[in-house]
Design a protein around this ligand. Structure first.
Ligand code: CA
Length: 479
């Protein structure tokens, strides 16, 4: 039998807390739920949570500081062997469908065939997700998710069984504009998802990039009603692409190749959509820097959750290489997490760092996470085990921060139930499950770490960050 095929789905801006089977009862994702149940689940970090650098990490097996692409418009180092090139060298037939977004065209980067490449192959200016592509002398028109999944399905039916193949299906969903077609568009109208536990009307301080593109998608401060609308539309996009992915996997079943195919589901990075008073990905909180990752296929443990595994998106390429029995290219610097999947060790990394422009730097270990903001010299510290939503900054409690809209517990019960809506003329939707459940007022979020220990943790994470910055030639230096 050939080496396993690889069918890799990569979403655009899907945060890791949006899969029903992983504890989100407010979203409908039956296809992804089934994939989680049949495979392994991890949550890697992307070093720089924006499209091009995140995708470059997957393609190169190197972090953004080591592959040349730290920001939009920066090309990947041409000396680096890319994932499709490494697989082509090992005898794979490589197919790219959908979003590319890095420099050049995927057909110049090791792919043998490409279909409906965004934005390169567009036939005319697009209107959100409704797009037209030139293909074999004709124009195909439709919703991007359906166009890309249809092209992937057609590839699967054509794919040979005598040569292993790699198919990279890159959707544009759930990136804005969040325009799912019906019936998904109105799917959450009657049952909208609640506000997230870390909803805030405003971010507690200026993080250095408060007016970047995504942050201007909603008004300031963030009204609950507006955030709820955004989240319903975001969930609708995800439920729609879950359905389309289910159709692709059904087609894979029909080809008879499912038992010899590794299915990978991930995203380039996450998104805030109202968490921490933010709307976008341009920050280093868990909702934005972490991504969902499901691996399902022959030899992959069934129903395994690798919650303790710290890993980067750049570790996926060497993981795939080891899984497929292909030698990783010498330019790859990631670490394979196959030993974690085999249950030999709980994690491949003890610490991990990330960055966003010159505005933010992150360092974390298995429990604590520090975010440093060089522009204002501010440091945050979160205990991600007891506070996964990052609502209790151990350096300066938001409970007492003057700019936080959260009221202290000494105020009236009504005021304690939730932060005041910045627009009191508008009432919150009646199903707002956020009311009365804000973690700021939850005794479980009382600091579990004494101040003296906080200082020791911060010093340790600062050293971790400084060593990483030195190793990666980071021009920004922590104080
Ligand atoms: Ca993206």
């Amino acid at each position: 039998m050939n080496r396993p095929n690889v069918l890799l789905f990569i979403m655009d801006d899907q945060t890791s807390q949006t899969i029903g089977a992983l504890g989100n009862p407010h979203i409908s994702t039956p296809s992804l739920d089934a994939l989680v149940g049949a495979g392994c689940w991890l949550r890697p970090y992307t070093t720089v949570p924006v499209c091009q650098p995140a995708r470059a990490e997957l393609l190169t097996g190197r972090n953004a500081f080591q592959n040349g692409c730290r920001w939009f418009g920066e090309p990947m180092d041409p000396e680096i062997t890319l994932l499709p090139q490494a697989l082509a060298d090992a005898g794979y037939h490589c197919c790219h469908v959908g979003k590319w977004h890095n420099e050049g065209h995927p057909r110049e980067k090791g792919y043998h065939e490409t279909w409906r490449v965004f934005p390169n192959d567009l036939a005319e200016p697009y209107i959100g997700h409704w797009q037209a592509y030139r293909e074999n002398g004709k124009i195909v028109i439709g919703h991007s998710t359906e166009l890309f999944c249809e092209a992937t399905t057609e590839f699967l039916h054509r794919a040979t069984t005598t040569q292993p193949w790699f198919c990279y299906c890159a959707l544009l969903s759930p990136h804005d504009p969040r325009t799912a077609p019906e019936p998904w568009k109105s799917m959450y109208d009657r049952r909208p998802p609640p506000l997230p536990p870390n909803y805030m009307p405003e971010h507690p301080f200026d993080n250095g990039d408060m007016m970047i593109r995504d942050e201007r998608l909603a008004g300031f401060p963030r009204r609950q009603e507006e955030v709820l609308r955004h989240r319903a539309d975001y969930y609708a996009m995800i439920s729609h692409h879950d359905h389309s992915i289910g159709q692709v996997l059904h087609a894979l079943d029909q080809t008879g190749q499912r038992d010899n195919t590794l299915v990978v589901f991930t995203s380039d990075h996450g998104l805030a959509v109202g968490c921490h008073g933010l709307m976008g990905k341009e920050n280093l909180y868990e909702h934005s820097a972490r991504v969902p990752l499901i691996l399902q296929g022959p030899g992959i443990p069934v129903g395994k959750r690798c919650d303790e595994c710290l890993c980067g998106h750049y570790d996926l390429m060497p993981t795939l290489m080891e899984y497929l029995g292909v030698e990783a290219p010498t330019t790859s610097q990631g670490l394979s997490y196959m030993p974690v999947l085999r249950g030999e060790i709980p994690t491949v990394r003890q610490t991990l760092c990330a960055a966003y422009r010159d505005c933010m730097r992150m360092a974390r270990d298995g429990r604590f996470k520090m975010i440093y903001y060089p522009h204002i010299g501010r440091t945050q510290l979160f205990d991600t085990l007891s506070d996964p939503d990052e609502t209790n900054d151990r350096m300066t409690s938001w409970r007492s921060h003057p700019e936080s809209r959260c009221v202290p517990p000494s105020l009236s019960p009504t005021q304690q139930s939730c932060p005041p809506d910045p627009d009191p003329g508008r009432s919150a939707p009646p199903n707002n499950s956020f009311a009365g459940a804000h973690p700021v007022f939850n005794p479980a979020y009382e600091p579990a770490v004494r101040p003296a220990e906080v200082e020791a943790i911060i010093q340790r994470l600062r050293s971790t960050l400084a060593a990483w910055q030195e190793e990666n030639n980071d021009p920004v230096r922590a104080s």
